[in-house]
Design a protein around this ligand. Sequence first.
Ligand SMILES: C[S@@+](CC[C@H](N)C(=O)[O-])C[C@H]1O[C@@H](n2cnc3c(N)ncnc32)[C@H](O)[C@@H]1O
Length: 251
Amino acid sequence: MLHETKRCAGPIDAAMDAPAAAVFSARRSVQAPPLNLPAGFRPNTRLKMDGLDFLSALPGAAIPVAFFDPQYRGVLEKLSYGNEGKTRGTRRCALEQMSEAVIGRFLRGIDRALMPSGHLFLWVDKFHLCQGVRPWLDGTALDIVDLVTWDKGTIGMGYRTRRRAEYCVVLQKQPRKAKGVWKTHNIPDVVQEQVSRRDHPHAKPVDLQGDLMAAVSHEGDFAIDPAAGSFSVLQAAQNRRRTFLGCDLNG
Ligand SMILES: C[S@@+](CC[C@H](N)C(=O)[O-])C[C@H]1O[C@@H](n2cnc3c(N)ncnc32)[C@H](O)[C@@H]1O
């Protein structure tokens, strides 16, 4: 793994040492409420079901951390190179694609499931980052609070520059605050981590997702992913001693 999260001394550390004025801390003071799992929802397994059904079965305001990596229909529609599904992108084309309306429904379901000040890590590509994801959040209590760039270390397609990065938008359910909620301060906003795409064409970095989840949860807390693909978030949760709950249409 190229991923590294070296702790860097600097203004952040200085601010952390100034308790009265600091807006963030290295302590997490919020606790997730106890969760009564719906029937058939076995933690730390690969559930095969529709993510919208999964979300609507979860109790409201109970989950501290969620990941969502939509299967973007827009990429195929707007960035067509003419050979998708034929000579390239065949595995991607075989997956169920999500329209913007479906993505909005997922986001409203996640918003409902998150506890107050809970976090959502939303994966986006360059196209959707530039188009803007803000309208998808209409009708939710989710605010954009940060952005992490994932440098995949491998070069992809592009009409002009070629894609090497994807982006993780950090969202927080209101009330928006870092202090007492986000407890680690050594995650850089550009992270290089190489990932095998053998199991899934969209697999995301396990270590980075583990670092993010650990920053906003306690050991044992639930982390959900309603469209889990290769179940990289399950792996991240196991590595960081969190409890995974998630599904994919393909299990
Ligand atoms: C971009 S991939 C997720 C990749 C994942 N983050 C990983 O690290 O492997 C999106 C996934 O959403 C799944 N999917 C599409 N529609 C779905 C739905 N309605 N419910 C659950 N999963 C769905 C697809 O099968 C696909 O595996």
